[in-house]
Design a protein around this ligand. Sequence first.
Ligand SMILES: O=C(O)c1cc(=O)[nH]c(=O)n1[C@@H]1O[C@H](COP(=O)(O)O)[C@@H](O)[C@H]1O
Length: 240
Amino acid sequence: MTARRTRLIVALDTKDTDQARAWRAQTAASDVRPGADAVKLGLEFTYARGLDAVRDVAGDRPLFLDLKLHDIPNTVASAIGSLAAMRPAMLTIHAAGGHAMIAAARAAVDDAFPVDARPILLAVTVLTSMDAEALRETGVSDTPRGQVVRLGTLAMAAGADGLVCSSHEIAPLRDRLGDRPVLVVPGIRPAGTAAGDQKRIMTPIEASRAGADWIVVGRPITTAADPAAAAAAIAAELAG
Ligand SMILES: O=C(O)c1cc(=O)[nH]c(=O)n1[C@@H]1O[C@H](COP(=O)(O)O)[C@@H](O)[C@H]1O
Protein backbone atom coordinates (compact mmCIF):
# COMPACT_ATOMS: atom_id res chain seq x y z
CA MET A 1 0.00 0.00 0.00
CA THR A 2 2.41 2.68 -1.09
CA ALA A 3 0.25 4.54 -3.63
CA ARG A 4 -1.74 6.72 -1.24
CA ARG A 5 -0.35 10.09 -0.26
CA THR A 6 -0.16 10.39 3.49
CA ARG A 7 -0.72 13.89 4.79
CA LEU A 8 0.62 15.49 7.95
CA ILE A 9 -1.44 16.96 10.79
CA VAL A 10 0.48 18.89 13.43
CA ALA A 11 -0.98 18.73 16.94
CA LEU A 12 -0.78 22.19 18.53
CA ASP A 13 -0.90 20.94 22.11
CA THR A 14 -0.39 23.99 24.34
CA LYS A 15 -2.45 26.35 26.50
CA ASP A 16 -0.74 29.38 25.02
CA THR A 17 -2.37 31.16 22.07
CA ASP A 18 0.82 32.85 20.89
CA GLN A 19 2.68 29.54 21.02
CA ALA A 20 -0.06 27.79 19.05
CA ARG A 21 -0.01 30.58 16.45
CA ALA A 22 3.77 30.41 16.21
CA TRP A 23 3.75 26.62 15.64
CA ARG A 24 0.98 26.99 13.08
CA ALA A 25 3.05 29.50 11.13
CA GLN A 26 6.33 27.60 11.52
CA THR A 27 4.86 24.31 10.31
CA ALA A 28 3.04 25.70 7.26
CA ALA A 29 4.47 24.78 3.88
CA SER A 30 6.35 27.58 2.14
CA ASP A 31 8.05 28.13 -1.23
CA VAL A 32 11.24 26.73 0.21
CA ARG A 33 10.03 23.79 2.25
CA PRO A 34 7.13 21.38 2.71
CA GLY A 35 5.01 21.46 5.86
CA ALA A 36 1.89 20.26 7.62
CA ASP A 37 -1.36 19.91 5.68
CA ALA A 38 -3.63 20.58 8.68
CA VAL A 39 -3.54 21.66 12.32
CA LYS A 40 -5.08 19.81 15.25
CA LEU A 41 -6.38 21.63 18.30
CA GLY A 42 -7.68 19.53 21.13
CA LEU A 43 -8.65 19.36 24.74
CA GLU A 44 -5.69 21.22 26.24
CA PHE A 45 -5.99 24.33 24.09
CA THR A 46 -9.78 24.35 23.89
CA TYR A 47 -10.31 24.11 27.64
CA ALA A 48 -7.68 26.79 28.27
CA ARG A 49 -8.65 29.29 25.57
CA GLY A 50 -12.09 28.41 24.24
CA LEU A 51 -13.54 27.71 20.83
CA ASP A 52 -13.13 31.27 19.51
CA ALA A 53 -9.39 31.02 20.07
CA VAL A 54 -9.35 27.63 18.32
CA ARG A 55 -11.01 29.17 15.26
CA ASP A 56 -8.63 32.11 15.40
CA VAL A 57 -5.47 30.00 15.64
CA ALA A 58 -6.55 27.64 12.85
CA GLY A 59 -7.21 30.59 10.53
CA ASP A 60 -7.28 29.37 6.95
CA ARG A 61 -5.62 26.01 7.72
CA PRO A 62 -7.77 22.86 7.68
CA LEU A 63 -8.78 22.28 11.32
CA PHE A 64 -8.87 18.89 13.01
CA LEU A 65 -11.02 19.68 16.06
CA ASP A 66 -10.11 16.87 18.44
CA LEU A 67 -12.61 16.96 21.30
CA LYS A 68 -13.07 13.16 21.52
CA LEU A 69 -16.75 13.32 22.37
CA HIS A 70 -17.98 10.39 24.48
CA ASP A 71 -21.35 10.74 26.20
CA ILE A 72 -24.95 9.66 25.79
CA PRO A 73 -26.24 9.98 22.20
CA ASN A 74 -28.38 13.06 22.86
CA THR A 75 -25.53 14.96 24.50
CA VAL A 76 -23.02 14.09 21.78
CA ALA A 77 -25.47 15.09 19.05
CA SER A 78 -26.24 18.39 20.78
CA ALA A 79 -22.55 19.11 21.33
CA ILE A 80 -21.88 18.58 17.62
CA GLY A 81 -24.67 21.05 16.88
CA SER A 82 -22.82 23.58 19.05
CA LEU A 83 -19.70 23.16 16.90
CA ALA A 84 -21.28 24.11 13.58
CA ALA A 85 -19.71 27.57 13.52
CA MET A 86 -16.24 26.08 13.94
CA ARG A 87 -16.04 24.82 10.35
CA PRO A 88 -13.76 21.91 11.27
CA ALA A 89 -12.36 19.61 8.61
CA MET A 90 -12.38 16.70 11.07
CA LEU A 91 -14.13 15.93 14.36
CA THR A 92 -13.52 13.11 16.85
CA ILE A 93 -15.82 10.94 18.90
CA HIS A 94 -14.94 7.78 20.86
CA ALA A 95 -16.00 4.54 19.15
CA ALA A 96 -16.45 3.02 22.63
CA GLY A 97 -19.58 5.18 22.96
CA GLY A 98 -21.32 2.48 20.92
CA HIS A 99 -23.56 2.23 17.86
CA ALA A 100 -26.33 4.55 19.08
CA MET A 101 -23.89 7.31 20.05
CA ILE A 102 -21.99 7.11 16.77
CA ALA A 103 -25.20 7.06 14.74
CA ALA A 104 -26.44 10.12 16.66
CA ALA A 105 -23.16 11.88 15.92
CA ARG A 106 -23.53 11.01 12.21
CA ALA A 107 -27.05 12.43 12.12
CA ALA A 108 -25.94 15.57 13.97
CA VAL A 109 -23.07 16.19 11.54
CA ASP A 110 -25.43 15.79 8.59
CA ASP A 111 -27.92 18.10 10.22
CA ALA A 112 -25.59 20.82 11.53
CA PHE A 113 -23.22 21.26 8.60
CA PRO A 114 -23.92 22.15 4.97
CA VAL A 115 -23.08 19.30 2.57
CA ASP A 116 -20.03 21.09 1.18
CA ALA A 117 -18.61 21.86 4.65
CA ARG A 118 -19.18 18.58 6.45
CA PRO A 119 -16.30 17.53 8.68
CA ILE A 120 -14.90 14.02 8.45
CA LEU A 121 -16.40 12.22 11.44
CA LEU A 122 -13.62 10.18 13.03
CA ALA A 123 -14.11 7.50 15.67
CA VAL A 124 -11.18 6.99 18.02
CA THR A 125 -10.69 3.24 18.50
CA VAL A 126 -8.07 2.31 21.11
CA LEU A 127 -5.85 5.19 22.23
CA THR A 128 -2.26 4.84 21.01
CA SER A 129 -1.10 5.28 24.62
CA MET A 130 -2.66 1.91 25.52
CA ASP A 131 -1.04 -1.51 25.28
CA ALA A 132 -2.55 -4.93 25.94
CA GLU A 133 -2.10 -4.57 29.68
CA ALA A 134 -3.83 -1.18 29.80
CA LEU A 135 -6.72 -2.65 27.79
CA ARG A 136 -6.98 -5.57 30.22
CA GLU A 137 -7.33 -3.08 33.08
CA THR A 138 -10.49 -1.82 31.41
CA GLY A 139 -11.94 -5.32 31.15
CA VAL A 140 -10.96 -5.95 27.54
CA SER A 141 -9.06 -9.23 27.19
CA ASP A 142 -8.55 -8.97 23.42
CA THR A 143 -5.35 -7.55 21.89
CA PRO A 144 -5.26 -3.87 20.88
CA ARG A 145 -5.39 -5.06 17.27
CA GLY A 146 -8.50 -7.18 17.85
CA GLN A 147 -10.22 -4.42 19.78
CA VAL A 148 -9.38 -1.77 17.16
CA VAL A 149 -10.84 -3.92 14.38
CA ARG A 150 -13.95 -4.63 16.50
CA LEU A 151 -14.53 -0.95 17.34
CA GLY A 152 -13.57 0.18 13.84
CA THR A 153 -16.07 -2.17 12.23
CA LEU A 154 -18.76 -1.02 14.65
CA ALA A 155 -18.01 2.65 14.06
CA MET A 156 -18.06 2.39 10.28
CA ALA A 157 -21.34 0.45 10.38
CA ALA A 158 -22.81 3.21 12.57
CA GLY A 159 -21.87 5.97 10.14
CA ALA A 160 -18.36 7.20 10.93
CA ASP A 161 -16.29 8.41 7.98
CA GLY A 162 -13.01 7.29 9.41
CA LEU A 163 -11.05 5.97 12.34
CA VAL A 164 -8.21 7.01 14.60
CA CYS A 165 -5.90 4.04 15.19
CA SER A 166 -2.23 3.26 15.53
CA SER A 167 -0.12 2.31 12.56
CA HIS A 168 -0.06 -1.30 13.81
CA GLU A 169 -3.76 -1.73 13.05
CA ILE A 170 -3.87 -0.18 9.56
CA ALA A 171 -3.37 -3.48 7.71
CA PRO A 172 -6.03 -5.45 9.63
CA LEU A 173 -8.47 -2.53 9.32
CA ARG A 174 -7.89 -2.32 5.56
CA ASP A 175 -8.33 -6.10 5.32
CA ARG A 176 -11.68 -5.88 7.09
CA LEU A 177 -13.02 -2.55 5.84
CA GLY A 178 -11.17 -1.82 2.60
CA ASP A 179 -10.37 1.71 1.45
CA ARG A 180 -13.55 3.34 2.75
CA PRO A 181 -12.43 4.48 6.21
CA VAL A 182 -10.23 7.56 6.37
CA LEU A 183 -7.43 6.35 8.64
CA VAL A 184 -5.86 8.99 10.89
CA VAL A 185 -2.82 7.75 12.76
CA PRO A 186 -1.17 9.28 15.84
CA GLY A 187 1.58 7.58 17.85
CA ILE A 188 4.13 8.70 15.27
CA ARG A 189 7.75 8.88 16.30
CA PRO A 190 10.48 9.76 13.82
CA ALA A 191 13.64 7.69 14.42
CA GLY A 192 15.49 8.89 17.49
CA THR A 193 12.58 10.74 19.13
CA ALA A 194 11.18 9.84 22.57
CA ALA A 195 8.05 7.67 22.76
CA GLY A 196 6.86 9.41 25.95
CA ASP A 197 3.39 8.12 26.87
CA GLN A 198 2.77 6.56 23.44
CA LYS A 199 2.85 2.75 23.31
CA ARG A 200 1.87 1.72 19.76
CA ILE A 201 4.25 3.76 17.62
CA MET A 202 5.86 3.81 14.17
CA THR A 203 7.91 6.26 12.12
CA PRO A 204 6.20 8.53 9.57
CA ILE A 205 7.37 6.54 6.57
CA GLU A 206 6.36 3.22 8.16
CA ALA A 207 2.88 4.56 8.85
CA SER A 208 2.65 5.88 5.31
CA ARG A 209 3.73 2.56 3.81
CA ALA A 210 1.19 0.79 6.01
CA GLY A 211 -1.56 2.90 4.41
CA ALA A 212 -2.28 5.88 6.70
CA ASP A 213 -4.27 8.67 5.07
CA TRP A 214 -3.11 11.16 7.67
CA ILE A 215 -0.55 11.03 10.46
CA VAL A 216 -0.78 13.18 13.58
CA VAL A 217 2.45 14.47 15.07
CA GLY A 218 2.76 16.65 18.17
CA ARG A 219 5.80 16.63 20.44
CA PRO A 220 8.34 15.37 17.90
CA ILE A 221 7.64 18.69 16.14
CA THR A 222 6.67 21.05 18.95
CA THR A 223 9.51 20.13 21.32
CA ALA A 224 12.13 20.04 18.57
CA ALA A 225 14.84 22.68 18.67
CA ASP A 226 13.55 23.82 15.26
CA PRO A 227 9.83 22.94 14.84
CA ALA A 228 9.78 24.25 11.27
CA ALA A 229 12.64 21.97 10.27
CA ALA A 230 11.12 19.00 12.12
CA ALA A 231 7.77 19.41 10.32
CA ALA A 232 9.51 19.90 6.98
CA ALA A 233 11.59 16.75 7.50
CA ILE A 234 8.48 14.66 8.20
CA ALA A 235 6.61 16.17 5.24
CA ALA A 236 9.59 15.43 3.01
CA GLU A 237 9.75 11.85 4.32
CA LEU A 238 6.06 11.41 3.42
CA ALA A 239 6.56 12.91 -0.03
CA GLY A 240 9.28 10.28 -0.63
O1 LIG B 1 -7.36 11.53 18.56
C1 LIG B 1 -6.15 11.75 18.55
O2 LIG B 1 -5.69 12.64 17.83
C2 LIG B 1 -5.27 10.85 19.31
C3 LIG B 1 -5.71 9.55 19.46
C4 LIG B 1 -4.84 8.58 19.97
O3 LIG B 1 -5.17 7.40 20.06
N1 LIG B 1 -3.59 8.96 20.33
C5 LIG B 1 -3.16 10.26 20.24
O4 LIG B 1 -1.99 10.52 20.57
N2 LIG B 1 -4.02 11.22 19.77
C6 LIG B 1 -3.58 12.64 19.73
O5 LIG B 1 -2.46 12.79 18.86
C7 LIG B 1 -1.51 13.70 19.40
C8 LIG B 1 -0.20 12.97 19.56
O6 LIG B 1 0.75 13.82 20.12
P1 LIG B 1 2.27 13.40 20.27
O7 LIG B 1 2.31 12.14 21.06
O8 LIG B 1 2.87 14.57 21.01
O9 LIG B 1 2.83 13.22 18.87
C9 LIG B 1 -2.08 14.23 20.71
O10 LIG B 1 -2.67 15.48 20.44
C10 LIG B 1 -3.15 13.21 21.09
O11 LIG B 1 -4.25 13.82 21.73
